[in-house]
Design a protein around this ligand. Structure first.
Ligand code: ATP
Ligand code: MG
Ligand code: FE
Length: 341
């Protein structure tokens, strides 16, 4: 079964063709990041306009790269939420029109569930039940995944998302947007033990996170040390980046392993933009090994927003007959409240 996936929740216009929910036949991502970088963050109105311009060629390219035409497609999957309303509307309306014109089933995909489903596209997949972390620009959520589509939220951030903290700290340090890759690169020249930043909520007996205190601690440190030295690529700036990154990694890894122990799981999957951080993947994998746990992370092309993950989740939904009506609308925040265990 061939599913055409469409993603437009933030600043990437993406389309992909995925076979049977697991084989990526094509995945095209048109990123607007260089346009938004000038403003230091995503400008929603600009994002919507750029999605409108990109969506048609991106879909055509995805079909061409897969070597198929619309006649070969069995279903459409598009991100319904959460995300920027104007941005979501472009991809979802496009998908609705296509589904109507072609008389195809349409899945309205939850973007966060789709990030978890990026793990399905790997050759080696986590086995159920497993613990999943969606760690991105807007979310830091831990889930217990009992089976296909069976996601139970175990914990989430109380304030900033981990990716948001990377972006804000990078901005404070005058680094480029998005901040994650810039901080990770700078941190390679620094000593993570030199400046100890706080680890929030580590001792709490739950799986929630908080990153705003860490962000403030970095701001305070920068304020107290206005002289960053002659070279922004090493010395104090690099130690700040390394110390901050290690604080985030420490909290994420500790809580993930605790969640896996709590649910007696041995597989841990991470997904979303911050899972592109190789230092995080390496440290988490080493720590997990001590408990005989295995860590699964997507390749770089599937960490950030893409449409292959949307098609992977959409395939499950269409198979299970969880299809949308043509009158269904997009949503900016989480629609269904998943019980917290
Ligand atoms: P959401 O998925 O919550 O709706 P989003 O789609 O904007 O948010 P993604 O595109 O999945 O988020 O991820 C973007 C985030 O990932 C940014 O905050 C970015 O700084 C972060 N990021 C990207 N690469 C890295 C990296 N190497 N290290 C840390 N963070 C990174
Ligand atoms: Mg993005
Ligand atoms: Fe995302």
């Amino acid at each position: 079964m061939l599913i055409l996936g469409i993603e437009s929740s933030c600043d990437e216009t993406a389309a992909a063709v995925v076979e049977d929910g697991v084989r990526t036949r094509s995945s095209v991502v048109s990123s607007q990041v260089s346009t938004h970088a000038i403003y230091g963050g995503v400008v929603p109105e600009l994002a919507s306009r750029m999605h409108i311009e990109a969506i048609d060629p991106v879909v055509d390219q995805a079909l061409a790269q897969a070597g198929v035409s619309l006649d070969d497609i069995d279903g459409i999957a598009a991100t319904q939420g959460p995300g920027l309303i104007g941005a979501l509307l472009v991809g979802f309306s496009y998908a609705r029109a296509l589904a109507w014109a072609r008389n195809l089933p349409l899945a309205g995909v939850n973007h966060l569930e789709a990030h978890i489903c990026s793990l399905q596209l790997l050759d080696h997949r986590p086995s159920f039940p497993f613990i999943a972390l969606v760690v991105s620009g807007g979310h830091t959520n831990i889930y217990l995944v009992k089976g296909p589509g069976a996601f139970t939220l175990m914990g989430q951030t109380r304030d900033d998302a981990a990716g948001e903290a990377f972006d804000k700290v990078a901005k404070m340090m005058g680094l480029s947007y998005p901040g994650g890759p810039a901080i990770e690169a700078l941190a390679k020249n620094g000593d993570p033990e030199k400046i100890k930043f706080p680890r929030s909520m580590l001792k709490k007996d739950n799986f929630d996170f908080s990153f705003s205190g860490l962000k403030s601690a970095v701001a305070r440190h920068l304020h107290e040390h206005p002289d960053m030295g002659p070279d922004m690529s090493q010395g104090r700036p690099a130690h700040v980046a390394a110390g901050f990154q290690m604080a985030v990694i420490d909290v994420l890894s500790t809580k993930l392993i605790a969640a896996a122990k709590n649910k007696n799981c041995f597989d841990i999957g991470i997904a979303g933009g911050v899972s592109a951080n190789r230092t995080f993947v390496d440290i988490l994998s080493k720590r997990a090994e001590r408990y005989k746990m295995k860590v699964f992370s997507p390749p770089l092309s599937l960490c950030g927003d893409n449409a292959a993950m949307i098609a992977a989740r959409g395939w499950e939904m269409i198979r299970d007959n969880q299809v949308c009506g043509l009158g269904d609308d997009v949503y900016s925040r989480i629609k269904s409240v998943v019980p917290i265990v």
